[in-house]
Every structure is written in C-alpha cells, then in structure tokens.
Design a protein around this ligand. Structure first.
Ligand code: NAD
Length: 387
C-alpha cells in the first residue's frame, strides 16, 4: 500500500503529518511512503531527509493520484477533495463535528475518512494515538511562553544587586491537557501558579505540578462524560464568575484553556474582571475561536489592549507556531493509528476494534459516524411553521 504525506495548505499551517523518524516502522509494516514535494518545509524538514529515510518525493498530482492513504494534519480543502479517488483513505484532524460538510464531501467522493480527533481518549491503549492531547500539550507550553514574552516583568523571583523582582502571579483556568502543560511551564519559569477547574479530580493533578488549586466557596462539580466537563447551569455560572473575579484581580498573567465538548467555550474572565487587573497584566485565551472564548474581550487571532492596559492575546493554532516539535508528536500519533489498521501491508478496517469504530467517519460513500449523521440531518421545521 502506498501512503502519501500531504503538504498542508491551510493558512499559517506549518506542521506536517509524518516526520522521517517514523518511516522505519511504517516501511517495516510493508508500506511504501510518498511525500509531496516541500511537505516538511514549514517544519524545517527538507525533502532529502525523507528520501534518505526511504520515501519517494512526488508532485501534488502524483500524491493524490497514486496514494492509497493520505496522511495530513488538517482537513483537505474542497479542491483537494475534488482530486481524491474513490476508495482512497485520508487520515487527519478532520474536525467532522465542527465541519460535517467536509465529511459529507469526502463520503460523496467515496473516500474513507479517518479522523484523529475522534480517538477515544480514555482508552489507555489509544494514548499513543491521541493527537488532541499531544497538540494541546504544545499549545499549553507555547501559551505560557507568549504570555512571558508579552509581560513586561520577570516570571521568577530574582534577587540582584539592582534590587529584587517579585515573581509573577499566574492563574491557569481549565486544568485539562493544555492547562497541565501551562502549569508545568509557568512553574519551570519560576512563577507562583494558581489553577482552577470545575472537575474536582484536577485538584490533585494541579497540586502535583506545584500549583495551588483555587477552591471556590460555591461547590461546583461539573464532571461530564468521557472525562470532559459539562456545561454549567446559569446559577453555577453566575456564582463561578462572581468568585473568580476576586481571584482574577490579583493576577499578573492568566492563561485560559477551558472547553466543553460541542458547546461554546465557557466565559470565565468577564470585562468587569479585566477592569480589576493591573495595567501591564497579560491574558492568553487559548479557547478563543469564532465561537467566542473564555475571555469576554478576546478576539480570535488578535492581540488587543483593554482600556486599563491589560494585554489580551487570543492566538490561532498554537501548535503550528512550534511546527517541528508539534509534528514530531503528531507523526507518532498518526503512525500508531495507521499501524493499528494495517495488515499484510494493506488497510484492514476491523469495526470490532473500538479505535477503528470511533475514527472511521466515512466509507464506501456513506457517513458512518452517528454524531456526524445527526449534524447533517435537515433541521426539523420550527413549531407552528409550514408542515
Ligand atoms: P478540554 O479541552 O475539553 O477542556 C479543558 C479543561 O477545561 C477541562 O479540564 C475542563 O474540565 C475545563 N473546563 C470546562 N468548563 C470549565 C469551566 N466552566 N470552568 C473551569 N474549567 C472548565 O479538555 P482536555 O484537555 O481535552 O481533556 C479532557 C479530558 O480528557 C480530561 O479529563 C483528560 O484528563 C482526559 N484525557 C484522558 C486521557 C487518557 O486517559 N488517556 C488522555 C487525554 C485526555
């Protein structure tokens, strides 16, 4: 079977789905690797590094024309889908729950779409394939570096002949994968770190990394399904915001990472709370997207300054800003997923396997994922509307 590595075409995307270090394992499993010319350039991996590791460098036309399976980071564009062949497979972070129309277009083309964002995250044998975690890890690390860079003072306590610098007070909101990476990074830079989440089990995880867990007087346990959080009720939300405001005012740096699957990110830092912060403070909203973010004033992809001098940064695609490191992790994830689906050098999809069942979104012209099917159903007519 020929496995192609696509050059990413999404704006600003510098990652690549496979790095040369993974080729040995794939070739040993009987796979032939084709790499689209320049695929690794954004991650500083020259074509020669792939060919030295045993891959063939091909043109875009040959990649789409000859590959049995195409590995990529982001979903293909409409024009890329138009040149894909029936029976061809594509593996990537296809985001079918955010963009079900792309899943439909892949199904219409007869493409087998395998999405890494659908990997069951609580299954321990799938941990090596968990690209959401590996990329969130990069994001959490990078968010702290961006904050430290924008902050006009020191993170650590520093005693010098010219005086003593106080350590920065850093608050991490949301203690999932990105939040834990952010806690670890801020601690390593010497900050005093506090952290908060609505899942009580995160307390121990935060404390084990040296952060102080912020415990609100109002008890909220919003543990949801699959280790994720559920959306808060309006009463819980109001209580949380009021109590968080008291903590936020004393912070120099805030990193927000809170997400609720399938919902708008929860609002955790209101404009009123930002007004309580000192001039020169920095907020990085990792949850910001077109849907909104954790910070009322943040604007996705932009850096703004609040009227009281707080810098609010809402970076886009943080993993792509550390492309070589992020690609190395992603390549391990996608190789592990692919190898689990290959038998005798060919794709062999066993739908009894939980990972296969969860990740194969389309096959033979049909959409297999129930949640995606549901999203594509025509909306029911509004009550009182025409029958
Ligand atoms: P996520 O990106 O969905 O959310 C980030 C964090 O935001 C979560 O910790 C969530 O509880 C928190 N959050 C949501 N609403 C909030 C609110 N109103 N206030 C404060 N915090 C709020 O989460 P994730 O990083 O993708 O992790 C999701 C889960 O998956 C976690 O339980 C994680 O431990 C688990 N996970 C398990 C494995 C494994 O077992 N192999 C691997 C990776 C992740």
């Amino acid at each position: 079977m020929k496995v192609g590595v696509a050059k990413e075409t999404a704006p600003g995307e510098r990652r690549v789905a496979l790095v040369p270090e993974q080729l040995g394992k794939l070739k040993a499993a009987g796979l032939e690797i084709l790499v689209e010319q320049g695929a690794g350039a954004g991650s500083s991996i020259p074509d020669a590094a792939y060919s030295d590791a045993g891959a063939t460098i091909v043109s875009t036309v040959d990649l789409y024309g000859q590959s049995d399976a195409i590995l990529r980071v982001q979903k293909p564009t409409a024009s890329e889908i138009s040149v894909m062949k029936s029976g061809q497979a594509v593996l990537g972070l296809l985001q079918p729950l955010i963009d079900p129309q792309t899943a439909k277009a892949l199904a219409d083309h007869g493409v087998t779409a395998i999405s890494l964002d659908a990997i069951p995250r609580t299954l321990s044998r799938a941990q090596t394939m968990d690209a959401l975690s590996s990329q969130a890890n990069v994001g959490g690390y990078k968010a702290v570096l961006i904050a430290a860079n924008a902050y006009g003072r020191y993170f650590p306590l520093l005693t010098t002949a010219a005086g003593t610098a106080k350590p920065a007070n850093v608050l991490i909101l949301g203690i999932g994968v990105a939040g834990l990476a952010a806690i670890g990074t801020a601690k390593r830079l010497g900050a005093v770190v506090k952290a908060y989440d609505v899942r009580p089990e995160t307390r121990e995880q935060a404390e084990s990394l040296g952060a102080q867990f912020v415990k609100l007087k109002t008890t909220i346990d919003a543990t949801g399904a699959g280790g994720y959080a559920r959306e808060l009720t309006p009463e819980e939300r109001a209580a949380q915001q009021a109590e968080l405001n008291e903590v936020i005012g004393g912070m120099d740096v805030i990193i927000t990472t809170a997400q609720v699957p399938g919902r708008k990110p929860p609002l955790l830092v209101t404009a009123e709370a930002v007004a309580l912060m000192k001039s020169g403070s920095v907020i990085v909203d990792m949850a910001a997207s077109a849907l909104g973010g954790n910070v009322e004033l943040s604007q996705a992809g932009e850096t703004i300054e609040s009227p009281n001098g707080v810098t609010i940064i809402a970076p886009d695609n943080l993993p792509a800003s550390m492309p070589a490191g992020a690609s190395a992790f992603y390549a391990r994830n996608i190789s592990a997923l692919l190898l689990g689906m290959v038998k005798d050098g060919a794709l062999n999809l066993d739908f009894e396997n939980e990972v296969t069942k969860a990740t194969v979104i389309t096959k033979d012209g049909a959409i297999l994922s129930e949640p995606v099917k549901k999203l594509l159903e025509p909306a029911a007519p509004a009550a009182g509307g025409p029958a």
